[in-house]
Structures are given as structure tokens and as C-alpha cells.
Design a protein around this ligand. Structure first.
Ligand SMILES: Cc1ncc(COP(=O)(O)O)c(C=O)c1O
Length: 465
């Protein structure tokens, strides 16, 4: 019933509201009118109800299953008991009373684990990213960012004192080279090393699941700016726990600890709790304490929150998650192999019904990320979402513009340690059954103009095809 309930709620939420509020207060009518713009394209976001195990999880960030298995929760309860007299609230910001010993100790442990000089704990990954990006730029510096960096990096740039922001093409080292070369040749202060370039990237991009060519990017930055005034901020949200030795992330995996000025790890995803960690040297930490308004003017994270981050990290430190990390790799490989062997796959790709970019060279890659996009035509992403949810009882969300670039609508699959091979096979069958339906509709060999699951959803709303 979950699928029907959530889809009905979702369809109802897309019905325009402002026209029914003619006699109500203008303030709220105006607000709903602004939301009706999203409803018009069926893209109003919905705070969805949680699903139970009758629906297969292809969505959550719990890739290592540490949340669903209660591992971090159990460790947290023990940790809280072991510190029975803890003081719950920080009762102040870092620059007041909020810089307590347990927090300092946790930061030291995490910094050591990652081979970083210092670590700084923030309330969320979003806040860690936005704050770090905002705090380290000074007037006259320039941001250079991958066009697909997370919105938290964009918000950080907006909050900073840096006026100039230049994007480079996603994961394109030559595009980065062009941007940096042009800056060096047109801005004497950058060339002389009296102003800085801050380069923003992610280790694994959240919508495409592809990996930053970090080594190559670092080499280009060093070549063009040999004085050391071009430095990187990397968001490791989706690599934490999943990539590198004991899940330390991409920078550790590549041995680039000394080359990257700021690394941001999230505990809200595979580590099954919440919060962000900024890994940096003492100079950057000083700038955070001085400039990061979220930290100066906001109470420090509570003991309970820091404890949950610490015990999450201890799972990595102890090696307890390594088998789970390996299992995720097996699950993703099984998906690629099963999809490749499915009789419908090739035709579906040739006809443009689906494309799965990471499948292009999957057999030659040493490791895989757990995020896999199934790209499809504009609007088809919703049809595929309905099919996977209603018919296969699996939950993976559909994304379209503006969350992903125009023309790159997709179903975003997140694979987990807890996804079985059978579930992976069911998923492949569901995608390919739907692709076959679309092939039949497009070639005119079907009596329908819409696929079955979409007709069911429209019927829920009283719309007929
Ligand atoms: C790439 C990326 N960075 C940052 C964040 C924010 O992290 P948090 O959920 O810990 O605030 C997210 C979460 O969606 C993310 O995907």
C-alpha cells in the first residue's frame, strides 16, 4: 500500500492551491502562488512518509546498512552510558563556552584517522561545506568550481567575500586548465601569488556517481600556480565510509592528504548519524574560527550529536565496516553484469530509452561507486519511477531539471550492503520491462500511449490517458 499512498499524496500535492484561496489572506495566497509554479510541472517537493521493508531500498544514504542494523545506535547508547554524567548542550558557540573536551578529543581522533592536521565538527555536512567555502576566501580571490558541485558549495560562495566565481566543465581537467590559465594570464595578483584561487570539487558526484579526477586536477593547479596560491576544497559526502582504506575517502585513497587544503566528510550518510567534519590545517582552522558565521554565532553541536559521530567513525577505525564496503562493490558489479546480459538492454540503449553512463567501462574499473544514474528522456524518468515503485515495489527517486542539467533526467539508484543479488536482478528486470513497454509505445506496436504504471498513477488522481 505504501506505493499507492505516497503516489496519491504526491499527485494531490501537485494540484494548484492559489486559485482556491481567493478570499484568504493575500500573504499566504502569494506564497502558494509561488509554489504553484512548481506544481504546474509536477515538481513540487514533498516531505514523503518513510517506507517499510515491503519496499526495496534503492534510495537511502545508508549504504553500509549501519543505520538499519542499529549498529551506530547501539554503540551510541553504550557511549552515552559510559559518559553518564555528560552535559548535553554545548551551551554556547565555539568562541564562548561551547568548545568542550569531548568535542576536542573527537576531532583529534578523526583528524588522526584521516592523516589531517586538524578536524572541525559542524552540525551538518551542508553547514560544514557552506561555512568552509565562505570562510576561507578574502576579497580579490577567485572561486573556480566544477559545474556540478553541491548546492551547499554554491551557498558558501554566495556568503563569502569573494566576488568572482568561475565554473569549469564537469570532471574535465582540460576545462579546469583553460580557466586557470586564463586567470593567470589576466590577473597579475593571482600570477604573483598575492591573491588566491579556491577550487571546489566533490570526490563522488551525488547525482551521477562519477569520481573526480583529483590527481590530474591537482597537477594542473600546481603547474599553473606554482606558488601554492591555488588550493582545493573537496566534498567527500559520498565517499565517506565507502571508498579508500577503511572508508577514509578519495583523498586518502590517492595519498593526496598534503595536497588538499580542505576535505569535508559527512556523518549523515554511510556513517548513519549526522554532522560534517572539516579536515584542514591550523591556518584554515583559524580562519574558520574567525570567519565562519555559522560557527561563531551558533551553539556548538551537542554532546549526543558528537558522540554519534564519534561512534560512527569508530566503526570505520575498527575495520568493522570493511566487509560491508566490499559487499557494496559486489552488489554494484552484479547490477552491471546482469544489466549487460539482459536481452532488452542493448536495444533500449540504441533507441535512446535508457543510458547508464558508468556502464561504458565498468569491467575495466577497479572499484565502483554506489550511485548509479539510469538516464532517460525528459518526462520518462517519472514513468520509470512509477514502474519501479508500483510494479516492482522498489524505491529510487526520479530527478529532472533543475536538480540535474537539462536533458539528463534520470532515476537515481543508490546501492547498499543490504541489497541482495535477487533484488538487483528484480531491478534490472523492472527497468528492462519498462524499457520494452516504451519501445513498443514509440514504435506504435502498443495500443497504449502511456506505460501501465503511469496509467495506474493517473487513475489514482482521476486522470485518464
Ligand atoms: C554532495 C553533498 N554535499 C553535502 C551534502 C549535505 O550533507 P548533510 O546531509 O550532512 O547536510 C549532501 C547531502 O545531500 C551532498 O550530497
Amino acid at each position: 500500500m505504501y506505493a499507492e499512498t505516497v503516489l496519491k499524496e504526491w499527485m494531490e500535492a501537485q494540484v494548484p492551491r492559489a486559485p482556491q484561496m481567493k478570499d484568504g489572506p493575500a500573504f499566504f495566497r502569494n506564497l502558494e502562488q509561488s509554489l504553484d509554479v512548481h506544481r504546474a510541472t509536477h515538481s513540487l517537493l514533498l516531505a514523503k512518509p518513510r517506507w517499510d521493508d515491503s519496499i526495496v531500498d534503492l534510495t537511502t544514504s545508508d549504504a553500509l546498512s549501519l543505520n538499519r542494523d542499529g549498529i551506530v545506535r547501539d554503540a551510541l547508547l553504550k557511549e552515552l552510558q559510559a559518559h553518564g554524567d555528560f552535559i548535553l548542550s554545548a551551551s554556547g558557540s565555539r568562541v564562548q563556552y561551547g568548545n568542550y573536551e569531548y568535542l576536542i578529543q573527537t576531532e583529534k581522533e578523526i583528524a588522526e584517522f584521516h592523516g589531517a592536521e586538524t578536524a572541525y565538527i559542524a552540525h551538518s555536512g551542508f553547514m560544514a561545506n557552506a561555512s568552509a567555502v565562505a570562510a576561507i576566501g578574502t576579497p580579490g580571490d577567485v572561486f573556480v568550481y566544477d559545474e556540478l558541485v553541491h548546492t551547499s558549495s554554491h551557498d558558501g560562495m554566495k556568503l563569502s567575500q569573494v566576488a568572482e566565481q568561475i565554473k569549469f566543465k564537469h570532471n574535465d581537467v582540460e576545462s579546469l586548465r583553460d580557466v586557470l590559465t586564463n586567470l593567470r594570464d589576466t590577473n597579475p595578483k593571482l600570477k604573483a601569488g598575492t591573491k588566491n584561487i579556491i577550487i571546489l570539487v566533490e570526490s563522488i558526484y551525488s547525482m551521477d556517481g562519477d569520481v573526480c579526477p583529483l590527481k590530474e586536477c591537482v597537477a594542473v593547479a600546481k603547474e599553473i600556480f606554482p606558488l601554492g596560491n591555488a588550493q582545493f576544497v573537496i566534498d567527500e559526502a559520498h565517499s565517506t565510509g565507502l571508498i579508500g582504506p577503511q572508508g577514509r575517502g578519495l583523498v586518502n585513497m590517492l595519498g593526496l592528504e598534503k595536497e588538499i587544503a580542505v576535505r569535508i566528510h559527512m556523518c549523515s550518510k554511510a556513517l548513519a548519524s549526522t554532522g560534517g567534519v572539516i579536515l584542514c590545517n591550523k591556518h584554515i582552522r583559524n580562519a574558520l574560527i574567525q570567519n565562519a558565521r555559522f560557527f561563531v554565532y551558533s551553539g556548538s553541536p551537542s554532546f549526543a550529536m558528537v558522540a554519534s559521530m564519534r561512534v560512527g567513525y569508530q566503526q570505520l577505525m575498527s575495520g568493522a565496516t570493511m566487509e560491508r564496503q566490499e559487499q557494496v562493490q559486489k552488489v554494484v558489479k552484479h547490477f552491471y553484469k546482469t544489466m549487460q546480459e539482459h536481452p532488452v538492454y542493448e536495444e533500449a540503449v540504441e533507441e535512446g530509452i535508457i543510458s547508464i553512463p558508468p556502464m561504458e567501462d565498468w569491467e575495466s574499473r577497479k572499484w565502483h561507486t554506489h550511485i548509479v544514474p539510469i538516464r532517460t528522456r525528459n518526462h520518462y524518468e517519472k514513468y520509470l519511477f512509477y514502474h519501479v515503485l508500483l510494479i516492482a515495489k522498489m524505491n529510487a527517486y526520479a530527478w529532472s531539471f533543475p536538480i540535474v542539467p537539462k536533458g539528463q533526467s534520470r532515476l537515481r539508484i543508490v546501492f547498499h550492503n543490504h541489497n541482495t543479488f535477487k533484488q538487483v536482478e528484480d531491478l534490472v528486470n523492472a527497468i528492462c520491462d519498462w524499457a520494452q513497454e516504451m519501445l513498443d509505445i514509440e514504435s506504435g506496436t502498443s495500443d497504449n500511449t502511456l506505460p501501465e504504471a503511469t496509467r495506474q498513477v493517473y487513475a489514482l488522481q482521476g486522470v485518464t490517458s
